[in-house]
Design a protein around this ligand. Structure first.
Ligand code: PEP
Length: 256
């Protein structure tokens, strides 16, 4: 597992273009020179050009929070992977629980998006995770395996262009993160399944944890052996707290 830890910030529907400029002017110097981890920010679509130009020449990469699977056409309100690539995105998040549960995205739709994004040369962070009800019914592993297998179906040999975010739905935006050892158990399971899907490429996939990660719990989470990064929502909105998480990741990498 040679890849660096990935520290990713998902802004969700927060910040205007001018607030994006303000953020990057504060954040960039805070993380300047940190190359032990990969730093990635997912702003809303409208902020992507600003984020790309503000991050130019820095160690910060930009991605999108979603995309459609068609290249172009009569799909009002949608954005295609081709457009994201040209705008300067390297990554796209697909299957975030808010897309699944608020906007009704199915595993089948998410899979079409995964295939299309990979074809256009984007890297994909595929999100998986169980609801509280599913967890309480003992369905965590079944749900995660189903989302993984359906989401990655037909990707052929492109598993090395994928990272996974395990995000238990009950931990997202609630302030209550999963216990690091509970997350680790699911991460270990995800690696087992990835090995069944593609034995040669599974080890190169980074499985991130997401769900109420903040500076106070990042070290315990990132120290787990099968947790290869974090996807951070709320705590990525303030440059100070996101930079702190980046620095925690870098110090863990340095101590390896
Ligand atoms: C997320 O947006 O993917 C997320 C995990 O949010 P939060 O960190 O706010 O729980």
């Amino acid at each position: 597992m040679a890849e660096k830890l990935l520290i990713a910030g998902n802004w969700k529907m927060h910040k205007t273009p001018s607030q994006t400029v303000e953020y990057f002017r504060a954040f960039k110097p805070m993380v300047e020179g940190i190359d032990e981890v990969e730093i990635l920010i997912f702003p809303p679509f409208i902020d992507i050009p600003t984020a790309v130009s503000e991050s130019r020449g820095s160690n910060i990469k930009i991605g999108a929070q979603n995309c459609y699977f068609e290249k172009e056409g009569a799909f009002t309100g949608e954005i295609s992977p081709v457009m994201l690539r040209e705008a300067g995105c390297e990554y796209v998040i697909l299957g975030h629980s808010e897309r699944r549960h608020i906007f009704g995205e199915t595993d089948e739709l998410i899979n079409k998006k995964v295939i299309s994004a990979l074809e256009e040369g984007l890297r994909v962070i595929l999100c998986v995770g169980e609801t509280l009800q599913e967890r309480e019914s003992g369905l965590t592993f079944t749900v995660v395996e189903t989302q993984l297998r359906l989401g990655l179906s037909g990707i052929g040999d492109k598993l090395d262009r994928i990272d996974i975010a395990y995000e238990p739905v009950w931990a997202i935006g609630t302030g209550v993160a999963a216990k690091p050892e509970d997350a680790e158990e699911v991460h270990r399971f995800i690696y087992e399944k990835l090995k069944e899907i593609n034995p040669t490429k599974a080890e190169g996939v980074r499985v991130l944890y997401g769900g109420s990660v903040k500076p106070s719990n990042a070290e315990a989470i990132l120290s787990q052996p099968h947790i290869k990064g974090v996807l951070v929502g709320g705590a990525s909105l303030k440059p100070e707290s996101f930079a702190e998480i980046v620095k925690i990741g870098a110090s863990i990498e340095r101590s390896k």
